[in-house]
Write a protein that binds this ligand. Structure first.
Ligand SMILES: Nc1nc2c(ncn2[C@@H]2O[C@H](COP(=O)(O)OP(=O)(O)OP(=O)(O)O)[C@@H](O)[C@H]2O)c(=O)[nH]1
Ligand SMILES: [Mg+2]
Ligand SMILES: [Zn+2]
Length: 379
């Protein structure tokens, strides 16, 4: 009896340490020891809850001797690299994690990881609870949520200022998503060298009008050695904080990061002449340690940012309008024509108020998505 018990235990142990051999899939990924922009472990700060969750994981483990608390600092083609207090290494997922965990892990996640003594790769056993979760809905109806980065303090919304392309609506929707995800918001209007000073001023004013005077709005330019706004961007992410650059492909995110680094560590790409759209130059999600500042996550550009379930974020970005909406006579008031509409009473119609116009269009999209998210199900 005792014999079988110990064999059972051995089997369990073997199973829990099972590795799926992914070394072939990971061929061609950059050599981590050569990466100079990686943060130091001491730049990263797990929360008390995350440390406790790690300790709880260790106390349940049969053998905790090679378990470490680590942070996911990169995802190359989806493959994580983990930084612990001792080393940085590529990691794969323990067999007890499900496939949805694989796709769930994000840059910034704290994980319980077995360190790779005698193996090429570490083994992620658990993804620890997040302090914040920058997630977006993708794939239209019947889509799924995708976490862009975890445990981020501030979202830097980057939008290029090129002729006729400033979309305040897009900036506002990024701000709504970021706020809903528990992060602070700042806006960078990039490529200011490509428009007139007058246009820069007008663009900044319109963003400030919609998001309020308290939202930092920085105008930046990186044109060879001529740079402006870079130090203001650096000050958005002081030492100890983590930020993420969010914006469409070609907005100039990686270029800004290179300017902050003072060298060309990240690849930057050209923008298609025909429509000014970037070509998704960045394919890696990675943490970049900024000299004299904190950490910024560089991401591939986002094509879409849908308004799905971000009502609380919308209400926080537009608190006075949401407050009025709560007093409308009809609960499903669209604030366009209804009698007893408090929003119309306090703010007038959306046509002459840019801020209200943006609010109404995002609210309308959110209402619409709530009814079409899964058309097969009728509630
Ligand atoms: N004139 C000018 N060009 C810029 C500026 N910032 C970026 N660019 C150019 O815009 C193009 C795209 O820049 P990237 O930094 O690769 O853009 P990205 O946002 O990282 O794009 P993805 O990685 O595809 O998401 C490059 O050709 C840059 O040289 C700027 O401030 N001024
Ligand atoms: Mg890039
Ligand atoms: Zn109303």
């Amino acid at each position: 009896m005792a014999k079988r018990n110990s064999r059972d235990r051995r089997n369990v142990r073997r199973k829990s340490k099972k590795r799926v051999d992914r070394s072939r899939d990971q061929a061609g990924l950059p050599e981590l020891s050569l990466l100079t922009e990686l943060p130091e472990y001491d730049d990263l700060h797990p929360s008390t809850e995350q440390v406790s969750a790690f300790e709880a994981h260790c106390s349940k483990a049969e053998d905790a001797s090679d378990l470490a608390l680590g942070c996911v600092v990169r995802l190359d083609r989806g493959f994580p690299a983990v930084l612990t207090s001792d080393e940085v290494f590529r990691a794969e997922f323990a067999a007890q994690l499900t496939k949805s965990d694989f796709s769930r892990v994000a840059v910034g996640d704290w994980v319980a990881v077995r360190t790779p003594h005698g193996h090429d790769m570490g083994l992620i056993e658990s993804i620890l609870p997040r302090e914040s979760d920058i997630a977006r809905w993708r794939g239209g109806s019947r889509g799924e949520k995708q976490t862009l980065a975890a445990n981020v303090d501030v979202v830097i919304v980057v939008q290029a200022l090129e002729k006729g392309r400033l979309s305040v609506n897009r900036i506002a929707r990024s701000a709504v998503v970021a706020t809903d995800c528990g992060a602070d918001v700042a806006v960078v209007l990039a490529k200011c060298d490509s428009v007139s000073e007058e246009e820069v001023r007008a663009a900044k004013e319109s963003v400030q009008e919609v998001l309020g005077e308290n939202c930092p709005v920085i105008c930046s330019a990186v044109d060879g050695d001529n740079m402006s706004g870079i130090e203001d961007v650096r000050s958005l992410v002081p030492t100890g904080r983590i930020g993420i650059m969010l914006g469409p492909s070609g907005a100039g995110k990686s270029t800004l990061l290179n300017a902050l680094l003072g060298r060309e560590a990240l690849e930057t790409g050209s923008v298609r002449e025909s429509d000014g759209v970037g070509r998704h130059t960045t394919v890696t999600r990675r943490m970049v340690a900024i000299p004299s500042a904190g950490i910024i996550v560089d991401e591939p550009g986002l094509r879409t940012l849908q308004m799905v379930g971000h009502e609380r974020g919308l209400a926080k970005v537009f608190p006075d309008i949401a407050d009025a909406a709560a007093s409308c006579r009809f609960r499903n008031c669209t604030h366009t024509h209804e009698p007893g509409c408090e929003v119309l009473a306090r703010f007038g119609s959306g046509s002459d108020d840019r801020r209200l116009g943006v609010y109404l269009s995002l609210a309308e999209e959110m209402r619409e998505s709530a009814t079409t998210l899964d058309p097969d199900i009728v509630l």
